[in-house]
Design a protein around this ligand. Structure first.
Ligand code: S3P
Length: 432
């Protein structure tokens, strides 16, 4: 895929796909609940389809009717032993959440993934589960995982690593425990799992005590299915938001976007940089905040973002770095350690690819420094992605200003936003 400079700006109303995090949970939770769940606007990307296939392989009846996904849930203990290993492709969310859920089943499962997922750290989820009585065998700290289902013990867990994937895996395991499990987190992580479990009638209580959040869950209560309307994904929107901000003559309206306060740091950060972004029609849908977003071309200034932003927008640093490259002053983004263990070492790839595009930048102590300039001389126009969808899409947006840039592998984009290229071209982008 090659992205080249555009002249006329980025304009229109893009079709943003359904939220990826909520889509995974919209398959997992109804599959272990009682009743029929109709899901509207689920994201049909590779990552989500891996979660979907996992549940089909565990005997859950899932059908598509009139553009909706229908899940026929038969309760907490209805999953069946899959005949084969469960392949999760590139999806870290599927891997962490399913490890929790499967550790409490009455059967054995083996989880495997693609090359990138097979390098990602899994002890962060298997260690706390093993402490709860699980039996998870792990190869060199990562996939494949061999999970022998066990009766887990009521536990008190402090989340050492701030991660919604770990928290969610532990919450799903706790649903099966005879007794009370307490999970305490000290930093904000996205809360879609708690929100959905509450609306499905789980025995769950969430308490904010100063900066810490304590979740108490009493297991073995059957869940009751609810219909779900998946809002559109803010992380996917952020590529187009930044493209409109950094290109002249641009004006976008993004509709029905999830604006959950545990993960909307990108909007706060961009506004801090002077972005003309307006949130309209703010409303609730399935207990999630939703809004429309209007964006127009803006003169951006640089900014200094502390570690607290990393908790609220970890997936958005690749695209924020592109925005910062067109600001009128330098930016510092602090505390980006977790960026190193995403679908790729994102900190390394942001640095490498920005430098290749001619941007002066450095990383010191997991802090990223970007020193923008008026014009860039691209030194090497081949963007290395290591099969990371967010790196691929971010540098495609970079190409709309400095192009032509050649993205080394565009297939990764299918993991979260299969229609990205068509949508960008519809808005006035030049990608082929
Ligand atoms: C996700 C949580 C985040 C995020 C990922 C999706 C989720 O990971 O980076 O893209 O759906 O729970 P961590 O919770 O591990 O930071």
């Amino acid at each position: 895929m090659i992205s080249t400079k555009i002249n006329e700006g980025i304009n229109g109303i893009p079709n943003i796909p359904g939220d990826k995090s909520i889509s995974h949970r919209s398959i997992i939770i109804p599959s272990i609940s009682n009743g029929v769940c109709e899901i509207n606007n689920i994201l049909k990307s590779d990552d989500v389809l891996h979660t979907l296939n996992a549940f089909k392989n565990m005997g859950v009846r899932i059908e598509e009717k009139n553009q909706k996904l229908i899940i026929y849930g038969k309760g907490l203990n209805s999953l069946k032993e899959p005949k084969n290993e469960i392949y999760l492709g590139n999806s870290g969310t599927s891997a962490r959440l399913l490890t929790g859920l499967l550790s409490a089943q009455k059967f054995k499962t083996v989880l495997i993934g693609d090359e990138s997922l097979s390098k990602r750290p899994m002890k962060r989820i298997s260690d706390p589960l093993n402490n709860m009585g699980a039996k998870i065998d792990i190869t060199n700290g990562s996939l494949p995982l061999i999970i022998e289902g066990k009766n887990l013990n009521p536990s008190n867990i402090n989340l050492e690593i701030p991660s919604a994937q770990i928290k969610s895996g532990l919450l799903l395991a706790s649903l099966y425990i005879n007794g009370e499990t307490k999970i305490t987190e000290y930093k904000i992580t996205r809360d879609h799992t708690e929100t959905m479990l509450q609306s499905f009638g789980a025995n769950i209580d969430v308490e904010q005590i100063n900066k810490k959040k304590q979740i108490t869950i009493i297991g073995q209560k059957e869940l009751q299915s609810q219909n779900i309307d998946v809002p559109n994904d803010l992380s996917s929107s952020s590529f187009f938001i930044v493209s409109a901000l950094i290109n002249k003559n641009s004006h976008l309206i993004l509709k029905n976007i999830n604006n959950n306060s545990s993960r909307n740091g990108i909007l706060i950060a961009l506004k801090k940089m002077g972005a003309k972004i307006e949130l309209k029609n703010q409303r609730k849908n399935n207990n999630e905040n939703v809004c429309d977003i209007e964006v127009i071309s803006s003169k951006l200034n640089g900014c200094d973002l502390g570690q607290e932003f990393a908790d609220l927008m970890i997936d958005e640093y690749p695209i924020l770095s592109i925005a910062a490259s067109f600001a009128s002053s330098p930016s510092i983004f602090r505390g980006l350690k977790e960026l190193r263990v995403k679908e790729s070492d994102r900190l390394k790839l942001i640095l490498l690819n920005l430098k290749n595009c001619g941007v002066d930048c450095k990383v010191e102590n997991d802090n990223l420094y970007i020193y923008p300039s008026e014009n860039y001389n691209v030194k090497n126009n081949i963007i290395r992605t290591d099969f990371d969808h967010r790196i691929a899409m971010s540098f495609c947006i970079m190409g709309t200003r400095v192009g032509p840039l050649r993205i080394d592998n565009e297939d990764s984009i299918r993991t979260s936003f299969p229609t990205f290229k068509e949508e960008l071209n519809k808005l006035g982008g030049a990608v082929f």
